[in-house]
Design a binder for this molecule. Structure first.
Ligand code: UT7
Length: 330
């Protein structure tokens, strides 16, 4: 039994100002608005400028989350950031966010779990709060995939956008309705080569050749990922619901990773949840990797769609391969 319950204090998000739509992409690669819309559900995405880095947009999202909560800056005692496009290979982007927020000494680290980064970070934050090690954990999901995009590969370059989302996971009071009920995370490293960035690490350090061959960009076998995505997100949400003796019909809102509208619809169909209970904003943001869930949830909370007391189910899937789900009463 955990010592404490953890809850979501509030959410915040930020997407950069520049917007690129399907017609703009038609000018870059051999593609069409019709193909992108029907195969992915996407229309617009937000892109960072060359000067903007992950910590810049993450700090805005984090500030928005903290300001929306009752938590004081000085009471945040840990920062966990899910990202694969941090400011630098090291130090962690969480440390840079700590500096920008003016938070001294508190531990800060990044988690690399691809698009599942935010869900992985939430799972860890929940554990830190439940065992009493932390009281208020700032959890951030941020990615700037446009900086590692191969602009000659139409299979991937039309999919990605940039964004950041954040939440404060806090110790719940006994009287609180809000609670993170349960979480599950998984990985299957045997399929790591379906989605990865080949160069820039110790396996293949940066060289003129790696740059010439576009090896610092996202490689993805989209088709094989597609099938895995529906299967794994369904498996982890189903397991989570069953072990908490809940039916999918008890869930008020499903907030899935926004990688493809057809994946989202496939998941909803398997869960037997109507699309009216699924939060979708892929049309406006594309796939922002670890930022998709907090961006979608923050928007749904601010528009008063998701309300305090609602049962919410978050689920994601990404490089690793990794996947996982979070069940909570918001
Ligand atoms: O975020 C974490 C993980 N990522 C995902 O979950 C992404 C999962 N995968 C997907 O969303 C889909 O697989 C894609 C959107 C990436 C691709 O859709 P698909 O229905 O699986 O298409 P496909 O890869 O099977 O390609 C079908 C056709 C191909 O043409 P041929 O070989 O049939 O002539 C592609 O060359 O569509 C072509 N195609 C395009 N055509 C126009 C691929 N990309 C494009 C494009 N515009 N941008």
């Amino acid at each position: 039994m955990p010592l404490h319950n953890a809850k979501f204090s509030a959410f915040g998000s930020h997407a950069p100002a520049k917007i690129v739509n399907n017609y703009d992409l038609e000018k870059i690669v051999e593609t069409s608005d019709e193909w992108i819309r029907t195969r992915t559900g996407m229309f617009e995405r937000h892109y960072c400028t060359p000067e903007e880095a992950a910590s810049d947009i993450a700090t805005i999202a984090a500030t928005n989350a903290i300001e929306a909560s009752r938590v004081k800056y000085k009471d945040i005692d840990l920062i966990i950031t899910g990202t694969v496009t941090g400011d630098h290979p090291f130090p962690s982007t969480a440390c840079i966010i700590q500096k920008k927020l003016g938070l001294k000494s508190i531990p800060a680290f990044d988690i690399s779990a691809g698009c599942t980064g935010f869900v992985y970070a939430l799972d860890m934050a929940k554990n830190y709060v439940e065992n009493g090690t932390a009281q208020n954990v700032l959890v951030v999901g941020v990615d700037i995939l446009t900086k590692i995009t191969n602009w000659t590969d139409r299979n991937t370059c039309v999919l990605f956008g940039d964004g950041a989302g954040a939440t404060v996971v806090s110790r719940a009071k006994r009287s609180d309705v809000s609670r993170i009920i349960d979480s599950l995370i998984y990985a299957d490293g045997s399929q790591s080569e379906l989605l990865f960035q080949a160069a820039g690490g110790s396996r293949m350090p940066a060289s003129h050749e790696t740059v010439d061959q576009n090896l610092h960009t996202v490689y993805m076998e989209g088709n094989r990922i597609f099938k895995n995505a529906i299967r794994s997100m369904f498996a982890s949400t189903d397991e989570l619901l069953k072990r908490n003796k809940l039916e999918a019909a008890d869930v008020d809102w499903v907030i899935p990773h926004q990688a493809n509208l057809r994946i989202i619809e496939g998941l909803a169909d398997k869960l037997r949840v109507p699309m009216s209970k699924v939060i979708v904003n892929i049309e406006k943001f594309g796939n922002t990797s670890s930022a998709t869930i907090p961006l979608a949830l923050d928007e749904a909370i601010r528009s008063k769609k998701v309300r305090r007391g609602d049962i919410i189910l978050l689920t994601s899937f990404g490089a690793g391969l990794t996947w996982g789900s979070i069940l909570a009463r918001y």
